[in-house]
Write a protein that binds this ligand. Sequence first.
Ligand SMILES: Cc1cc2nc3c(=O)[nH]c(=O)nc-3n(C[C@H](O)[C@H](O)[C@H](O)COP(=O)(O)OP(=O)(O)OC[C@H]3O[C@@H](n4cnc5c(N)ncnc54)[C@H](O)[C@@H]3O)c2cc1C
Length: 489
Amino acid sequence: MLLSNSGYMLYILDRIIDIIYFFLFFQQRNRKSKQTTLQSCLKSIKGEKVFPIDAEYTSDIIDANTRVTFKPAVIIYVANINDIQISVKCATKLQTGIIARSGGHSYEKYSTGGRDGVIVVDVTNLNGISINSKKKTAVIGAGNRLGPIYYNLSQKGFLIPAGSCPSIGIAGHALGGGYGFYGRKFGLASDNIISIDMINAEGNLTTANAKQNSDLFFALRGAGGGSYGIVTSITFKLSPIPEIVTSFIFDYNISNVQQVFDAVHKFGAKLTKDVTFAVVISSTEFQLLGTYLGNNQSARETMQDITTSTNPSAQFIEESFFESVVRWSYVSVDAVRDPFYNSSSFKAKSFFVKLPGLSKAGIQSITNFIQNQPCSSFAMFDLFGGGAVNSIAPNATAFVHRDELYGIQLYSTLTGQVDVCLNNLKSFGVEFQKNYTSQFSYQNYIDRDLVGWKHKYYGSNFRRLVNIKSKYDPENLFSFPQSIPVKEN
Ligand SMILES: Cc1cc2nc3c(=O)[nH]c(=O)nc-3n(C[C@H](O)[C@H](O)[C@H](O)COP(=O)(O)OP(=O)(O)OC[C@H]3O[C@@H](n4cnc5c(N)ncnc54)[C@H](O)[C@@H]3O)c2cc1C
């Protein structure tokens, strides 16, 4: 029987609907059966497992940055090392990706996989801190956040240097570097690591230190976030906290921007290591913020060259070490001891600048950018020059950035004209790096759009990192969009 034109169209439409229906049906069945297989493989895990069907799933995939979202196959709040071993074995068996999450601050949400369908091993419950005051060491569980670490160590008279945001996880942070307000004196968090325990791609507990698996030890101190295995604990060398510190805040008018950078370029790298500071240009403020490890009087004398030549409205505040930690966290003391996320949608770019510092045109260019960007933005210039980070050879650990005067983080909070802000940031970042800065960026401010990231994050260490990856994880089990690959290209 011949069908009329419209009858024929209806017939075709009907068949298309059937095909779509069957496709969705099989896809769902496939998904369900994959989930059942995964559930049964993970059944002996002691920690809590959160699957996409669970009520907590939606909130549990929200981390520090809400700009990106990935949908993991499961989030496992591992209770112990054995849980990680089971997770790794299941990921291998079922050929599912697997990734570690510590504090969830990855700028690109790589700790939820950087793609959908991955097993997330959340190490929050591995939160022991064991301090050996005699040896001046601490074994810190990979699930600890910086706030409680600063608090617990300082209670016993010790510190490790690290960043200022209390909710950052120690593992993601220290495995990529970790710089903060005590960094010119004590270096990076990663520079203070003595030993690392990690579950490798075979599901075995491995120790990396100067004597055991020293190649892995090299890689984990700067390129360790997510690429080589799941770190369970890190042993740090401790430093005694100073008896007193002086925090200082210099306020300027943005019209003095060149004058302030002239002083930073001239005096910054010559300052005693007891000083660490950052210059911050935001849409509303222009400040130099820092810490001096000593009393108020010495702080004023130490900073005199800069204050005399820039004439700020200056405050010097003498306080305890932990009070300064709380100050630079910009949250309450309770929120330092027991941190929580302050999630927002953001995007950032990272640059490094060598001596003699940015040119006048470079300073003007970044200042103009911040003032004209429609989203609230800031640039933070962290002084490295003359400090402990620069006294280590670039090939001693995977952290290659050892010859920089300062690192710059350019950060936009994405509200309002989000696409315009993102595009502006992207194109500005490319031009600014090409014209004014060194060709490097900080791997802890990871940026999926960064062209040439292998060189920019790891420089001359990259080839060595690839070789180590191919030795310890030849099947590339631990992978995400900017993980260390098993082959150079
Ligand atoms: C608000 C904010 C403030 C910041 N301030 C600073 C600062 O002052 N100084 C500074 O240096 N950096 C700073 N950072 C950057 C921060 O150091 C990085 O984002 C860091 O990677 C976060 O670690 P995390 O454990 O919290 O994040 P996660 O997202 O959990 O992890 C980051 C990466 O490390 C991997 N990883 C996590 N846990 C493990 C593990 N157990 N084993 C192996 N790999 C693991 C993840 O897979 C991921 O690839 C800041 C970030 C934010 C969002």
